[in-house]
Design a protein around this ligand. Structure first.
Ligand SMILES: Cc1cc2nc3c(=O)[nH]c(=O)nc-3n(C[C@H](O)[C@H](O)[C@H](O)COP(=O)(O)OP(=O)(O)OC[C@H]3O[C@@H](n4cnc5c(N)ncnc54)[C@H](O)[C@@H]3O)c2cc1C
Length: 387
């Protein structure tokens, strides 16, 4: 079920995505989670061949140049089945590649987008640091100007695909200006001397999506890898709204999958001589789940439709992310409850949905930080969290 009538091209690509996700990634989804197996290069290239990695990226680089809702429909179908597979599509269509697309030079686009669209290489985003999470502008990673480029030192934390990705869009201090004003972004590449990774994190969810510190010790970055100079933090976060809609879609998929599986389960499972669905309290819980999923879907779809091939509105994006993240946590919790003991096993995949729901709600800015943004847009004022 979807909240609004869709365009035929979205229906078509959604159907193809659902089929590929179920056939290729469905059978191994549980095992991948248990063993924390990342998506292989061959699997990623297959996603590239099918066109899933360049849906919302320009045609001249091998993408489809389609509006954001098409990419989100594909992310959703994959995420219902396998978040690690969906992550590849999320990262390429809504992650740092979009920053290159919107803010990079034509030479940078030509250099980095085609291999991402083909699935030959990946780019992760590195913003957070040990002492700069919600307060991203407290970051300390520094890029010192030298002849022909910059020398970068610092530590980035919680980097999804850390250690696995070939390139990192790294937010860092590029001038002495305080706070957001000194922040810009460069691309660092695996193999550059001085770049290393921490041990793989063992997260509650997100299993099959590697996470590690990215450590920079005097990494020399050439001038041509500077994407946004100091002073561009606002522009970077303008594009980050696309990633937040990708994130919201992951949550939406998680909630929808939990609802779909629960609907099927309560019709099949019998207690007291009749299916669980016959009990009124179960019906009310199901109704609550649908209500929450559909409300989040409307907000995500509205923000995505407004973005088209451009940038989403920040207020609509924060409303969508906050609603979808919190919905996924609540709906998967209800799903676990309605699955009884079976919901608490790995076999049914419900606890996996619940664990992943928590991860997506922290990544990309917590619901509390979205609420601060929402209030700020509503009141037309900025609220300095340091005062
Ligand atoms: C699964 C996962 C994937 C991630 N992937 C990436 C990635 O690829 N790249 C990257 O750069 N980062 C990534 N992150 C990091 C993520 O962006 C940060 O974890 C997030 O921004 C929160 O920062 P923190 O963990 O330091 O929590 P903190 O900022 O310490 O926050 C802790 C709690 O305090 C609350 N809080 C903080 N400040 C305020 C305030 N002013 N008002 C009210 N409440 C407040 C928060 O909402 C939260 O509940 C990822 C994180 C996770 C868990």
């Amino acid at each position: 079920m979807t909240a609004v009538a869709e365009h035929p091209e979205i229906d078509e690509i959604r159907e193809l995505a659902a089929r590929v996700a179920a056939e290729v990634f469905g059978p191994s989804a549980g095992e991948r989670d248990v063993a924390r197996t990342p998506v292989s290069v061959a699997e990623r290239r297959r996603l590239g061949e099918l066109g899933f990695l360049g849906i919302a990226l320009p045609e001249r680089f091998g993408g489809a140049g389609a509006p954001l809702p098409q990419a989100l429909a594909v992310i959703e179908e994959f995420a219902k089945v396998s978040r690690p597979a969906a992550f590849q599509i999320f990262e390429a269509n809504t992650g740092p590649a979009q920053v290159i697309n919107h803010l990079g030079t034509e030479e940078q686009r030509a250099r980095w987008l085609p291999p991402i669209i083909r699935g030959d290489s990946t780019m992760a985003v590195a913003i957070s640091e040990p002492d700069a999470g919600s307060a991203a502008t407290d970051m300390r990673t520094r890029a010192e100007r030298v002849d022909g480029g910059y020398v970068v030192s610092g530590v980035k934390r919680w980097i999804s695909n850390g250690g696995e990705a070939d390139r990192y869009l790294l937010y860092c201090r590029m001038s002495d200006a305080p706070g957001a004003k000194g922040i810009g972004a460069v691309v660092v590449e695996k193999g550059m001397p001085g770049l290393s990774f921490g041990r793989p994190e063992r997260l509650m969810g997100f299993r099959g999506i590697p996470s590690a510190d990215v450590i920079l010790d005097g990494v020399r970055v050439p001038e041509e890898n500077v994407v946004v100079p100091a002073g561009g933090f606002g522009r970077l976060f303008g594009v980050f709204a696309i990633e937040r809609l990708g994130n919201s879609t992951m949550s939406l998929a998680i909630g929808q999958a939990a609802l779909d599986r629960t609907r099927e389960y309560v019709c099949r499972r019998e207690q007291f001589g009749k299916p669980l669905a016959e009990f009124q309290s179960v019906q009310l819980a199901l109704a609550d789940m649908l209500l929450q999923v559909e409300a989040a879907r409307l907000l995500v779809e509205r923000a995505a439709a407004g973005a088209g091939t451009g940038l989403p509105d920040p207020l609509q994006t924060s409303l969508a992310k906050c609603a979808a993240n919190e919905m996924a946590k609540r709906v998967t919790d209800l799903a676990m409850q309605l699955h009884g003991g079976n919901g608490y096993t790995e076999e049914y995949g419900i606890e996996r949905l619940h664990r992943d729901a928590h991860g997506w709600a922290i990544a990309g800015g917590t619901p509390a930080m979205q609420r601060i943004r929402i209030a700020s847009e509503l009141l037309g004022r900025r609220f300095d969290q340091r005062r």
